[in-house]
Design a protein around this ligand. Structure first.
Ligand code: MAN
Length: 782
């Protein structure tokens, strides 16, 4: 077989252009001289060795050329239907001008353009390279395609399984939801029933005490409530800033007991507009207020104060701040943890910190201080301050004296030492004289105890003012919508929850009813009238009947009797400045103020209050349902997490996260690396891409996986973005172009623009139908 290799051309270049060129021009092998003008003139004169056309391709296609490739040039570009060319049958794209048929030059690789036997068949040789490349492509595609098919099948199967599992889990959730709402319905039912019972009991109580509240005007009822709140604040040990008694009373009157998340809606739906204010107040105070009263655990106590922070004292409730779900996470069901600054929002911190009296509140407190009821309290506050001052002066003086004495003693010690060194009989040192001076002996401890007692009482009175002011503020908002009957219930409830009794009522009434204004004032400064009630009680007539009701009069009379036998210490009711003396101890009634004590079991009001006092919520059942709900919820959350995981495994519910047909599943979370220059690059599917130098360290972050898309050519493009910032440049990013290959690997890395990294990847995931069509592999059996 006559065949010349391309390398041969190298010989041509060694031919001197000066000498004339000779070559075989015909198949007879005879050499002929080729004129210089024929060299590189685009016509092949030396078909066997192509010597005359080293710089053109004119001799290609001749026997000296390994043949025209199948996809090679159309030799006769001018061939047209008018002058058709000759089509080599094995080289689909080679069309020869008819002039080249039988011209003695072999053009078609099998020599069919020449007479039989003239040309060797070099087709096999010619196509080998191409065929080999093609075969490799086909083999790779087939392997990749099958691998892909296999993976997709597996993924599909897995997906079906997981989806089925998720469906089952979702069904479980649906049934839990149902159970949950059943438990909730039971809770609602229980709560509503209890709320109704309380409301009914409150009504009953109001009716049985009609004699007490009916004769009072709206204004008097409000005053009764405000001052009862004041007293309740003094009686109560609770560390709250607003009138808890009134809040609890409001709950009874509105008819709602404990609450939960859905509570806010219930209140809005259930109650008439008449009760709307109270309902709002309830909303503010919210949550398990009954347990506040009856179990009084720390968390509930805190709640009251916390909600107080939302009460803005401008007569408006600050709706923005109220969110019944807000503290769900902050308060456990059973335990209360004091807020740590880091855990709480600013708002919460503010609320906890803002126990100060607001400007508006102070205004109302000042108004309240002007009331008749507050006289003895104001007087006490003023005078106890003066007394405290006196005590402080005495204590300071004593401290100074003690210090002076100590110094003198020291000085004397030094003096005695000096004396020893002096001659005997010399005059006594000065320090000896100082020592004999009279130091007033006072009982510091007793004085401090007095101070403490005074301060404790001041705190009580101050709290009373705040509770009273909160009630006054409440009415300044709700006056237009609270009904008279509502007020009566509220008043009675406040007495009940404020732990007040019959004689407290009398004390308040004397300040509330205009009929008593004269008499009480006349005796307020005398020791004889030191108790906060006037004795004996003088009933008045209201609506034709004697008022207050007889059970109150009887109770007050009993107290008056007690008072008569009491030994009232004259000094305790002395006028301000009447004496410079500091009492050795302070007893109740100092400056005319008596600390109210809580209602006693024997109080006549107890009988009236019993419908409510005896009413007990079915806490056990409630707790049981709550527990059920909580357990259901815990289980639900667990199953929800399982479902989330199930979906995560299969690229989300719709599978989007796993690429077309889930093809990324086979390489999920896998990392692929390639070495390029001094760096090794690593791209991790669904995770990070990195550039590493040498063996150590985590490397430079090229970005986080953002997904895979098909570009306009149908090429798979994976992206990692927002990597480490490039000095003076963008954030690093990585892009991987994926082409079909039997196994997944990175085959090249490049940084065409600073910090923009581009990679080529071969992977079976790209061996799909589209690739098959694009590469003309359609005839291939997949
Ligand atoms: C490092 C590497 C390079 C990059 C420069 C840019 O050397 O991440 O790939 O081009 O930083 O400053």
């Amino acid at each position: 077989m006559v065949h010349f290799h391309l390398l041969c051309l190298g010989l041509v270049f060694s031919v001197s252009s000066a000498s004339e060129l000779k070559c075989a021009t015909g198949l007879d092998g005879k050499e002929a001289v080729i004129p210089e003008s024929w060299i590189n003139d685009g016509y092949c004169d030396c078909p066997f060795d192509g010597k005359d056309e080293p710089n053109t391709e004119a001799c290609s296609g001749s026997t000296s050329w390994p043949g025209l490739k199948t996809d090679g040039v159309v030799v006769d570009a001018a061939s047209s239907p008018a002058s058709p060319g000759f089509q080599c049958s094995k080289q689909t794209k080679v069309i020869l001008p008819l002039s080249r048929i039988n011209d003695g030059i072999c053009d078609c690789c099998d020599g069919e353009d020449e007479a039989e036997g003239l040309c060797p068949d070099i087709c096999e040789e010619l196509f080998r390279e191409e065929r080999e490349a093609r075969e490799k492509l086909e083999k790779n595609f087939k392997s990749g395609y099958n691998k892909r098919k296999h993976d997709l099948y597996n993924f599909k199967k897995l997906r079906q399984e997981k989806l089925q599992e998720a469906v089952e889990k979702e069904a479980e959730i649906a049934s839990i939801d149902k159970e949950e709402s059943e438990a909730q319905a039971s809770i609602d039912e229980l709560r509503d029933a209890y709320a109704k019972e309380r409301k009914a009991a409150a009504n009953l109580m109001a009716k049985s005490l009609a004699d007490l509240v009916d004769p009072l005007s709206e204004d008097e009822l409000k005053k009764l409530i405000i001052h009862s709140c004041q007293l309740a604040g003094e009686v109560s040990d609770e560390d709250a800033d607003t009138c808890v008694a009134l809040r609890l009373s409001a709950l009874d009157t509105v008819g709602s007991a404990w609450s939960d998340d859905s509570y806010a809606d219930d209140v809005e739906m259930e109650f008439s507009t008449d009760d709307q204010d109270i309902a709002e107040m309830l909303l503010q105070n919210s949550i398990e207020t009954y347990s506040v009263k009856y179990t009084l655990d720390e968390s509930n106590r805190r709640r009251l104060d916390e909600y107080h922070g939302d009460y803005d004292y401008d007569g408006e409730f600050d709706d923005d701040h109220y969110d019944p779900h807000d503290d769900e996470d902050d308060y456990g069901e059973e335990s209360y943890e004091p807020p740590s600054p880091s855990k709480y929002s600013d708002r919460k911190r503010k609320i906890y910190a803002s126990r100060d009296v607001s400007e508006k509140e102070q205004e109302v407190i000042d108004e309240l201080k002007g009331s008749k009821f507050s006289e003895s309290r104001v007087k006490y506050l003023t005078r106890s301050k003066i007394l405290e001052e006196k005590i402080n002066n005495v204590l300071d003086a004593a401290e100074e004296a003690a210090k002076a004495k100590e110094e003198a003693a020291k000085a004397k010690e030094i003096g005695e030492w000096d004396d020893l060194n002096k001659e005997e009989g010399e005059a006594e040192s000065e320090s000896d004289v100082a020592e004999e001076e009279e130091v007033p002996t006072i009982d510091t401890e007793a004085y401090n105890a007095i101070k403490e007692t005074l301060e404790a009482t001041e705190r009580k009175i101050t709290k009373g003012f705040r509770w009273g002011a909160s009630a006054k503020l409440f009415f300044s908002k709700s006056s237009s919508t609270t009904t008279l009957d509502g007020l009566k219930s509220l008043a009675i409830g406040t007495l009940l929850h404020g732990n007040l009794g019959a004689t407290h009522v009398w004390e308040v009434l004397q300040s509330v009813l205009p009929e008593y204004e004269q008499g009480a004032e006349a005796s307020s400064d005398t020791c004889a009238a030191a108790l906060p009630i006037s004795c004996p009680p003088a009933p008045i007539t209201r609506k034709g009947i004697s008022y207050p009701p007889s059970f109150i009069v009887t109770a007050v009379e009993a107290l008056c009797m007690e008072q008569a036998t009491m030994d009232v210490d004259e000094s305790t009711c002395a006028e301000e400045g009447a004496s410079d003396e500091i009492p050795e101890s302070v007893s109740d009634g100092l400056y005319g103020y008596f600390s109210p004590s809580p209602r006693q079991e024997t109080d006549p009001l107890m009988a009236f209050f019993s419908p409510l006092l005896l009413l007990k919520a079915d806490k056990d059942t409630y707790d049981k349902h709550m527990m059920t709900k909580r357990d259901l919820n815990t289980n639900k959350k667990r199953i929800e997490r399982l479902i989330t995981d199930l979906y995560k495994d299969i690229g989300g519910k719709d599978g989007d996260g796993m690429g077309p047909s889930g093809e990324l599943y086979s390489m999920a979370n896998e990392c692929f690396s390639v070495d390029a220059g001094k760096y090794t690059y690593e791209t991790c599917i669904f995770k990070e891409a990195k550039q590493k130098e040498g063996s150590g360290g985590g490397g430079t972050g090229l970005g986080k996986w953002t997904g895979m898309e098909l570009d306009e050519n149908g090429t798979r493009v994976m992206k990692w973005e927002n990597g480490q910032k490039c000095w003076n440049g963008p954030m690093r990013s990585a892009t991987v172009y994926v082409t079909c290959g039997p196994e997944t690997k990175l085959i090249s890395a490049d940084e065409p623009d600073t910090c923009c990294y581009v990679f080529e990847m071969e992977s079976h995931i790209a061996c799909d139908e589209a690739y098959k069509a694009k590469m003309g592999l359609d005839n291939l059996e997949g």
